[in-house]
Design a protein around this ligand. Sequence first.
Ligand code: SAM
Ligand code: SF4
Length: 419
Amino acid sequence: MLHYYIWTIGCQMNKAESERLGSFLEQNGYQPTASAEEADLILLNSCVVRQSAENRVINKLNALKSLKRSHPDITLAVTGCLVDANISQLNEKFPQVDHFFKPGEYPQWLGKPERTQALPLHPPPSVYVPIIQGCNNFCSYCIVPYRRGREKSRPVAEIVGEVRELVHRGVKEIILLGQNVDSYGHDLSDKPDLADLLSELNIIDGLLRLRFLTSHPKDMSPKLIEKIARLDKVCEQISFPVQSGSNDILKAMRRGYTVEHFRQLVAEIRSKIPGVALSTDVIVGFPSESEEQFRQTFNLLSELRFDTIHIAGYSPRPGTSAARELVDNVPADEKRRRLNLIEQLHESIATDINAQLLGNTVEVLVEGKNKGKWQGRTRTDKLVFFSDNGEYTGQLVNIRIDKTSPWSLQGQIIPNTIN
Ligand code: SAM
Ligand code: SF4
């Protein structure tokens, strides 16, 4: 029996692609193993969106050198955003690697697909479904369009068929994925949009919840906001990266919107979708970001009070226009100071938002057990833990919250309210 081991870092798209690669390999006779040493095939699904992620990939590749030396029969393959067009250069740099292949590809040597998009036979309750690959935006700091290519949407019928099959296999929640899901469909002949796709998916019997990420502020339409508000399975949660609170920095980032427009969109979303949870992404220390421009970001985040803030220090990515044209002139310790300030702000806002849920009853989709406790999420994507002797994986349960922290909630199951 052949064994595979997959190591994944990076975004949800990488996680989704690793899940599918695993299923694909299982359809081709492999079994998963939790240790690289026991594997016949090791797959690294890489991320290079920041230097820190790239360093982790390189460290992992270096660590695998001796294993490969002592077990030359192990196949070592790398996919994800480390893989650029210049494979021969990668081969030279990492001779221990047998194969490099682009994200989303299924090279012939991996096996024969039952379908190109291999679906898990026994999926968890919540599954990622990529709906659009690549990105056309070319934000000045971002390497993704260079590594994942231009936007390519999957046809509505293909996605609907796949979701029906996943629901048939027991899935309750679908998370639609794309670098920019709001531009879904513009490249398809009949030009469906994300709102149309959500309408088609919302009517699938047995599906309980729909989510999608990531939205781009320049492409968030009033039609989509209306649809999220109206469709019962679409959760009240939007991933909405602002990146900066300074118009000058947004322009240098080539984001295509202003702070005023972003603020207006947030107000519209909140007025049309009561109780909506918003998460955002922010980069601090972008080239020439002044203290005043950083303060504008800090103040915008204090004002808009996102449920979640993903924060990163700017990391120049070779090949991007920012790396070519702008000087990375905010010192590392200053980036760290700005990052810490936003992390503290995030913790204090998340503490307040979650504390408001104390004593409330929330609907939780149970994902499974973690360290002896049941774990699931609310429609607003809050992580909830509870203890009980029953079996709840994949069920919707009502939980009365009796403890909150910035990062999770705990509570008691309310009997006789299980769906
Ligand atoms: N498409 C989404 C968007 O429009 O924001 C996000 C995708 S991006 C791969 C994920 C996050 O990584 C971004 O939101 C950004 O905050 C961060 N990121 C991307 N490039 C970066 C860079 N060069 N330095 C620091 N953070 C970066
Ligand atoms: Fe990168 Fe911008 Fe595309 Fe997001 S929208 S993946 S940040 S280029």
